[in-house]
Design a protein around this ligand. Structure first.
Ligand SMILES: [Zn+2]
Length: 439
């Protein structure tokens, strides 16, 4: 799922029953309560899932939106293990144009069809319906039954603009005359430059529409789950339901999912459905990050190979919990240029910066390149409202040092080679060999 906040799913305690179908799957699954994305937006977050690396390692960020071909992706590993690997992406950021297709034997740029058909961004169905058709088509006509399969799906329903199908639109709000504003106009630049205001009630309407989108997506995910059940695939299929990041509704004066690494963006749902044959003990309170999906899949698909890769991604199968949670954000060049174009007098310094964060036990340190650093006791201040950086200098300094050291140790370790360089089959074999997968 794209842009689905953890705290807006009913299985995570949300007051609205937004996700009855996912809730049912969750009842039979492991529901991780402390799962964090590695970045607050789509490209780097997906790159972490695909490569098992943090942003500073895989190098996909605002300053380079491509997935580097030198990296070994989960689909490359699984293709090499004899899996059929297929992807359906409704987000243009995750596409064959940005090399996110590497390793997949079939990659469906679903977003392209939507654009061609002029449904475009902001249509009532942001691709889930067409994806459902294409998935069934793949299972019925294209799948090689002799091979196991790995399927990746990105659903864009919850991403702004929030425009749910008519039958869902009025689930949580009756304020019809206010709707058009949130369907058409959801603009980071105008909002941050204070060109229009969102009042408390405006955010309530936004959330109601966002929740309706989640409820529609939940229906589609439920249909997909039932389809797998009908096909008798559930006994032997692992399902991971997660989201690449959350969404801001006015918290810290922000909307959307840019310009910050607050937990409203980093805390994500993560539900792991395991067929009955896996009888393992995994603590749902373990702290994990989305890059751990990579090692988890590797671990579950080949029990002989568990920790062969010298990366920080951990397999949740091993029941480990992270000591530290890291996140990164790079300079949002696209938005800064947009500020300059539209409002040359607006001072965008607060937004034109790199941000990194570290979380450990009760505390979270946020480093920013323009020196707006913050420090929170998230145990008593979950919403990160009370910056105690000047009160807790020693604690803050300690975490800042660990964050610095972590960044220095890890940055660009995996991406020294030219990002545009094509990788050949020979090089892929070399890649697999270098990490010990083949001899
Ligand atoms: Zn996203």
């Amino acid at each position: 799922m794209d842009t689905v906040r953890k705290d807006h799913l009913s299985c995570y305690g949300y007051y609205r029953e937004t996700t009855p179908n996912i809730d049912k799957i969750a009842e039979k699954s492991i529901i991780f309560k402390n799962a964090y994305s590695c970045a607050p937006w789509t490209a780097p977050s997906h790159a972490s899932i695909f490569t098992g690396l943090f942003t500073c390692q895989h190098g996909t960020n605002q300053e380079n939106q491509f997935l580097r071909k030198r990296l070994l992706t989960i689909s490359e590993i699984l293709t090499n293990r004899g899996y059929e690997t297929v992807a359906f992406s409704n987000n243009g950021t995750i596409s064959s144009h940005t090399y996110f297709d590497q390793g997949f034997s079939n990659f469906f740029d679903m977003w392209k069809d939507l654009y061609k058909k002029k449904y475009a961004y902001g249509i009532q169905d942001a691709g889930a319906f067409a994806t459902e058709q294409e998935i069934r088509n793949w299972f019925n006509k294209k799948r090689n039954l002799k091979r196991p399969f790995f399927m990746f799906i990105n659903y864009m329903e919850a991403h702004s603009p929030y425009n749910p199908p008519d039958t869902y639109k009025w689930l949580y709000t009756e304020q019809e005359d206010s709707l058009s504003k949130y369907i058409i106009q959801y603009d980071y630049i105008d909002y941050l430059a204070k060109k229009y205001k969102m009042l408390k009630n405006d955010f309530e309407i936004s959330k109601a529409l966002y929740d309706a989108e989640i409820n529609y997506l939940d229906k589609k995910i439920g249909d997909f789950y039932n389809y797998l059940k009908e096909k008798k695939l559930l006994e032997n299929t692992i399902i991971i339901i997660t989201s690449d990041h959350g969404e801001q509704f006015g918290e810290h004066g922000l909307i959307g999912h840019q310009f910050s690494v607050y937990n409203v963006l980093l805390k994500v749902p993560l539900i792991l459905y395991l067929p009955k044959k896996y009888n393992i003990n995994i603590n749902e309170d373990n702290f994990i990050q989305l890059l751990d999906i990579y090692s988890t899949i590797i671990n579950f698909t080949d029990s002989k190979v568990s920790n062969f890769i010298d990366i920080q991604s951990i397999s949740v199968k091993n029941n480990k919990s992270r000591n530290y949670i890291f996140a990164e954000y790079y300079k949002p060049e696209k938005y800064i240029n947009e500020f300059k174009n539209r409002y040359p007098d607006f001072n965008a310094l607060r937004y034109n910066q790199r941000i990194r964060s570290i979380q450990h036990e009760n505390f979270k340190y946020i480093w920013t390149s323009n020196s707006y650093d913050e420090f929170y006791n998230i145990l008593i201040d979950e919403q990160e409202k009370n910056n105690i950086i000047s009160l807790k200098k020693e604690n803050a300094g300690n975490l800042k040092n660990i964050l610095n050291q972590w960044f220095i140790n890890n940055k660009s370790k995996f991406i020294e080679i030219d990002k545009k360089k094509e990788i050949t089959n020979k090089e892929l074999i070399e890649k697999l060999r270098s990490i010990g997968y083949i001899k």
